[in-house]
Design a protein around this ligand. Structure first.
Ligand code: TXA
Ligand code: MG
Length: 311
């Protein structure tokens, strides 16, 4: 159900939750200062309690109030990429960020999103926690209709149209020496090189170590359909294909095109809608054309598809 900024503001201030647009994916928002609303988010999504939430704010000054130490490079990253699809995990004051939000960790994840409606909303509400607006495990929502698919047509949504990036923010964590990518996202690792002076490594959680990004543990982004990832020529494949608009799949019974293989930005933008489309059409099984470069934004696309295909 479409709501206005004023209605969203009132609902949030009264302890309700609403879905809001961001430039990455839609978020399910609750006020950071309303513990019951934060609990509702976990319940509604079916989200495990050990998976922390990202705190979204209107500006850096608000973030600084929660942070205990500011890792080297934070200011430069903030200036270059905020508002935008970057999340930073920063050591935070346990008295100021509820343990439930951080899932008991000593850091909190922060982001300043860049969607005009949600930026305006944040000016009125103060900090909002916002996981992606999908039932846990499902593909994220990049349009109001996707939110309504998961939570019902009466669920309040601030409709900001289709999300421009279409995949979640990149999460960076400072390990004491340097920044690392702990979740691939809308910004490729190379994007940070001019600002940091190095390409942040894509972190792998060491064995017997607590997960660097708890959410990465779970099955994610998955349609009901079984997905088979393939790097083969698909000339002879006779089933449903998720592929590219500039390739042909002559024998396929149905092709859902993500866009041209020359434009990963376009592919990322349409990815979750394509996965949701499979379920709308009642498809049981689809093959995904994985013949694309192993670099830049493609790494994010490949990671999402691998998670979506995991059983
Ligand atoms: O683009 C996005 O980031 C979207 C929009 C709505 O802003 N939000 C989003 O939230 O993707 P969510 O909850 O679906 O994913 C947040 C991820 C989870 O994998 C969680 O484990 C991780 O961030 N996370 C949150 N706090 C963390 C922390 N302190 N340390 C490490 N990982 C953290
Ligand atoms: Mg999510």
């Amino acid at each position: 159900m479409k709501i206005s900024i004023a209605e969203a503001c009132e609902l949030l201030n009264c302890g309700s939750i609403v879905a809001v647009p961001t430039e990455t994916v839609y978020g399910l928002a609750a006020s950071l200062t309303q513990p019951a609303a934060v609990d509702k988010i976990f319940a509604l999504k079916g989200r495990p309690s050990n998976n922390p939430l990202i705190v979204h704010t209107a500006n850096l000054e608000q973030i600084i109030q929660y942070v205990t130490t500011i890792p080297e490079g934070t200011q430069k990253l903030a200036e270059a990429f905020w508002p935008g699809p970057l999340t930073l995990t920063l050591p935070s004051n346990p008295d100021k960020v509820p343990s439930r939000v951080r899932a008991g960790l000593t850091t909190t994840a922060f982001r300043i999103p860049n969607h005009p409606l949600t930026r305006e909303l944040l000016q009125h509400t103060g900090p909002l926690v916002m996981p992606s607006a999908n039932i846990s495990g499902r593909p994220s929502a990049t349009q109001r209709a996707h939110v309504e698919e998961d939570f019902g047509i009466d669920f309040p949504v601030l409709d900001g149209g289709a999300c421009s990036h279409g995949v979640e923010s990149t999460i960076l964590h400072h390990n004491g020496e340097c920044w690392q990518v702990i979740r691939l996202g809308a910004l490729s690792a190379e994007t940070f090189a001019p600002i940091l002076g190095y390409v942040p490594a894509i972190a792998v959680t060491p064995k017997d170590h607590a997960p660097l990004c708890p959410g990465q543990l779970y099955r994610h982004y998955a349609p009901n359909a079984q997905l088979i990832l393939s790097t083969d020529e698909l000339d002879k494949y006779q089933g449903v294909v998720i592929g590219f608009s500039d390739r042909s799949y002559p024998e396929a019974i149905r092709v859902i095109a993500l866009g041209p293989v020359s434009t990963p930005e376009f592919v990322a933008e349409s990815l979750y809608a394509a996965l949701r489309q499979l379920d709308q059409e009642g498809v049981q099984k689809a093959i995904v054309d994985m013949r694309f470069p192993k670099e830049g934004l493609w790494l994010t696309i490949a990671e999402r598809l691998k998670k979506a295909a995991a059983m």
